[in-house]
Design a protein around this ligand. Structure first.
Ligand code: ATP
Length: 199
């Protein structure tokens, strides 16, 4: 599995559609200060499901949408597509090439697509998580982030390893199921109280 290409449209400083192609191996992005190198990394993180504006160096999520310049008006939507070579089947989907797209509208709506088909954020996250490149796996090490990995407490370190091993998804599902079970127990106790009162 390797990242073949990324297309940005209206994402941060990339107002016009811009496609970056990547070959297997190491890719370096070079450019002057403020030219958008970190925006490329933000786009990668965003399309992989990042939900925190702060992680994307913004105050609110809409900050990822092109805000306009003196010569160009702001845009109403941001879109990033990631094309992944899946000929080795690392992503559990029957396509040799997978394109993941995230779109966000200025009115707050957003859309996720897998190979052009609209899907839920959960489907998107599950697909990535199963292959070990989900949102919480630190494949992207930002400036200063190395420190947080090195200084993570044992639980934090365990979370990185669990994500890489693909068990984090199951842990989250278990936690969700346990929360539902607790709510059910509370409801059941309430029903028992009421039936007790009616006897
Ligand atoms: P450095 O080398 O200094 O770290 P860089 O190449 O990583 O710089 P970025 O931080 O990726 O640069 O890009 C910053 C530029 O992106 C700034 O000019 C900023 O105005 C622009 N930018 C960020 N968000 C938006 C947005 N929503 N709309 C338009 N431009 C934006």
């Amino acid at each position: 599995m390797h990242l073949k290409a990324m297309t940005l449209r209206g994402f941060k400083s990339f107002a016009s559609a811009t496609t970056l192609r990547f070959e297997p191996g190491i890719t370096c992005v070079v450019g002057p200060n403020g030219s958008g190198k970190s925006n490329v990394v933000d786009a990668l993180s965003w399309v992989m499901g990042e939900q925190g504006a702060k992680s994307l160096r913004g105050g609110k999520m809409e900050d990822v949408i092109f805000a306009g310049t003196t010569g160009r008006p702001p845009l109403g939507r941001a879109e990033v597509s990631l094309t992944i070579d899946n000929s080795d089947g690392a992503l559990p989907i029957e396509y040799a090439e997978v394109t993941l797209t995230r779109i966000m509208f200025r009115n707050g709506g957003s859309e996720y697509q897998i190979n052009g088909d609209t899907c839920r954020l959960l489907d998107f996250q599950d697909l990535l998580s199963d292959s070990g490149i989900g949102r919480e796996m630190h494949v992207i090490v930002g400036q200063g982030q190395l420190d947080s990995v090195l200084h993570a407490d044992p639980m934090g370190r365990r979370a990185f390893i669990e994500e890489a091993a693909g068990v984090l998804k199951h842990r989250k599902r278990k936690e969700k199921a346990l929360r539902k079970l607790e709510a059910m127990k509370a409801n059941l106790a309430r029903v028992e109280d009421l039936t007790g009162e009616l006897r």
